[in-house]
Design a protein around this ligand. Structure first.
Ligand SMILES: C[S@@+](CC[C@H](N)C(=O)[O-])C[C@H]1O[C@@H](n2cnc3c(N)ncnc32)[C@H](O)[C@@H]1O
Length: 180
């Protein structure tokens, strides 16, 4: 078992834990089974978590922590629900493992959400995006999200991509964006 080169989701947690200095407000843009929301709620004072699947929201709400607000709506509508700047935003794109594979994140709403997310991210804040390109919509998300992120001004945003070089070409990607 690898300590660092394990899975990109764990890696995103290490990066957030160590490099987001101000742990006030975070967003989980894709609640799913709630692992990332649980992680964020253990670190941040306030967490907003989004999912379009009512079942995911209801399941999580049944045992949620007091500092978590569950929003059963799409993550491209951040500004409809959040009136403050945030320190961290996490995306775990794609479909819920073990769930309905037809309910997946879509490139147009993912990109709109990322653009809006970067606007409400505080200076010093971090956004992480796990992209799973083993399915057709994931490949489209990969290309349009990376194309957009390449255009961000380097004096305002640092953007890094990590992936596995010695695995299949469709292995997942972790994108980390730090706002100066
Ligand atoms: C890979 S799963 C997330 C895994 C999750 N972070 C966890 O810890 O279990 C992706 C989730 O995104 C949700 N989703 C799809 N489109 C969405 C959208 N536009 N806004 C918010 N959530 C969306 C899906 O319903 C699914 O539950």
């Amino acid at each position: 078992m690898y300590r660092y080169v394990g899975n990109i989701s764990d890696l995103s947690h290490y990066i957030i834990k160590d490099f987001v200095l101000n742990k006030e407000v975070a967003i989980d843009a894709t609640l799913g089974n709630g692992y990332d929301t649980d992680f964020l709620s253990s670190l941040f004072k306030k967490v907003y978590t989004f999912d379009i699947q009512k079942e995911a929201c209801d399941n999580y709400s049944a045992n949620k922590k007091d500092n978590v607000e569950v929003i059963n709506d799409s993550h491209h509508l951040f500004k409809k629900y959040i009136n403050e700047k945030v320190d961290c935003i996490m995306y775990n794109l794609g479909f819920l493992p073990g769930g309905d594979k037809s309910i997946t994140t879509l490139h147009k709403t993912s990109l709109k959400s990322i653009k809006e997310g970067l606007e409400i991210l505080k200076n010093g804040g971090i956004m992480t995006i796990c992209i799973y390109r083993g399915h057709s919509e994931g490949k489209i998300e990969e290309s349009c999200i990376l194309e957009y992120l390449k255009t961000l001004p380097k004096n305002q945003f640092g953007v890094m991509v990590q992936t596995y070089l010695n695995r299949q070409e469709i292995s997942p990607l972790l994108v980390v964006i730090e706002k100066k």
